[in-house]
Ligand binder design. Structure first.
Ligand code: NAD
Length: 421
């Protein structure tokens, strides 16, 4: 059995490693053990079974999860992932990361996350719709605009959100745009939401490069993953004058030391972020990560930078576009080698930030211009980046621990004020 067949969370337990950093962050902040006991697991995790009539007439039963980490601050919030390697522990860890992001960015939410073990790449449009609707019916009792607000994640998109919103609205017998974010504009989506995560990553890269005195114009950038996050990020870096010399998807990677034609690749990628199948001169994802560059952005899945390849990474800065792309060992090695790691909970929170803007617009029924969304996003990314950067410097910790310290504090304080701890 290969690593990918085994499931990522099994081979490298993202929940355990997240819990370890949460514990250290709480200890550094002086919180007692019971705060860790409360925050180490989601408050609630629901497992559901979803029967779907397939196109060939058979019924396939899918397993899904929805985890709600902590709702002391407000409703929980976080994406839904359709992927064959989804596990319960992965969904739990992802919900904790969402709590941290909301804490770092001062959003009035706690973290939530959902996942279904499925491979939509091998399903018809109709089957994906049936699965999306079935999943929402199955979790409907614990979600809602004031309870838990889902959004897109790996292999789900605006269309998936539209089906889910429609299913929820039908069940509740009223239109409920604030139930889910990442919707198409026509159904109450926010301008700038589709590119928000990658825009946020690009802003963080700009700020991190400034601190390290790296000139972005002409700098060499490598991006792993060419989906929602990776493809638009490659485009933003290209627009900022950087040379994107490597990109990849689940099937392979492309490398050109003179810079790839990103607008062309963006045009040719499919809705699952696949583009390398169109080429024969590909390299592997492993080779991609070890290319000499200034900025490396893993923007695909977890556990991509590990103790095995961290010694060979040749970037100056690693910016985590994906959630959990670096294992604790990998992170430690990069740190020892003087490579700055800008952690996921800071770098990729542009998505949840604009999801929050979308929810605010849905609740007030008044919609903002794209410029307004981008201006507000830029300001929040810069503020949060600086807070984490300064915490790292003043407390003499790496940026991941600093981000966890900033993120966990609000959850702990809200839980204390409610009298939970
Ligand atoms: P996506 O489904 O749009 O794209 C995923 C990309 O990763 C695709 O190009 C796919 O081919 C590639 N990929 C899949 N398996 C791979 C493998 N084993 N090796 C290499 N590449 C592989 O997903 P996305 O929305 O771009 O999300 C990517 C990452 O960013 C995930 O970790 C997700 O949790 C995180 N994230 C996404 C958002 C968002 O707004 N979409 C927000 C925050 C964080």
């Amino acid at each position: 059995m290969t690593t990918s067949q085994k499931g990522l969370a099994e081979t490298n337990d993202v929940l355990k490693s997240t819990q370890a950093v949460i514990r250290t962050a709480l200890e550094k902040l002086g919180y007692p053990e019971e705060v860790y006991e409360l925050l180490k697991e989601p408050l609630r995790t629901l497992t559901v079974r979803i029967p779907v009539k397939m196109d060939d007439g058979s019924v396939k039963v899918f397993t899904g999860y929805r985890a709600q980490h902590n709702d002391a601050v407000g409703p929980t919030k976080g994406g839904i992932r359709f992927h064959p390697e989804v596990t319960e522990n992965e969904v739990k860890a992802l919900s904790i990361w969402m709590s941290l992001k909301c804490g770092i960015f001062d959003l009035p939410y706690g973290g939530g996350k959902g996942g279904v073990i499925a491979d939509p790449r091998n399903m018809s449009f109709r089957e994906i719709e049936a699965l999306s609707r079935g999943y929402i019916r199955a979790i409907s009792q614990i979600v809602g605009p004031a309870k838990d607000v889902p959004a897109p994640d790996v292999f789900t998109d605006g269309q998936t959100m539209a089906w889910m919103m429609d299913e929820y609205s039908k069940m509740k017998e009223h239109n409920a745009p604030g139930f889910i974010t990442g919707k198409p504009i026509m159904l109450g989506g926010s301008l700038g939401r589709v590119t928000a995560t990658s825009k946020g990553v690009a802003i963080v890269i700009r700020e991190a490069a400034k601190k390290q005195e790296i000139e972005l114009k002409g700098s060499k950038v490598v991006v792993q993953g060419f989906g929602n996050v990776g493809s638009y990020l490659a485009k933003f870096m290209h627009d900022m004058g950087a040379k994107v010399i490597g990109i990849s998807d689940a099937y392979g990677a492309l490398h050109d030391p003179n810079g790839l034609d990103i607008p062309y690749l963006l045009e040719r990628r499919d809705s699952f972020g696949t583009v390398t199948k169109l080429f024969t001169n590909t390299i592997t994802n492993k080779e991609l990560l070890e290319i000499e560059c200034d900025i490396l952005v893993p923007a695909a899945l977890e556990n991509q930078i590990t103790e095995e390849n961290a010694p060979f990474i040749k970037a100056k800065i690693v910016v985590e576009g994906a959630n959990g792309p670096t294992t604790p060992e990998g992170s430690r090695i990069l740190d020892e080698r003087g490579i700055t790691v800008v952690p996921d909970v800071l770098a990729n929170a542009g998505g949840v930030t604009v999801s929050y803007f979308e929810w605010v617009q849905n609740n007030q029924g008044y919609y903002w211009s794209e410029e307004e969304v981008e201006r507000k996003l830029d300001a929040m990314m810069v503020k949060s980046f600086n807070e984490v950067y300064e915490t790292a410097n003043s407390r003499r910790v790496d940026m991941r621990l600093a981000a966890y310290m900033v993120g966990v504090r609000r959850m702990a304080e809200a839980s204390r004020l409610r009298g939970w701890i």
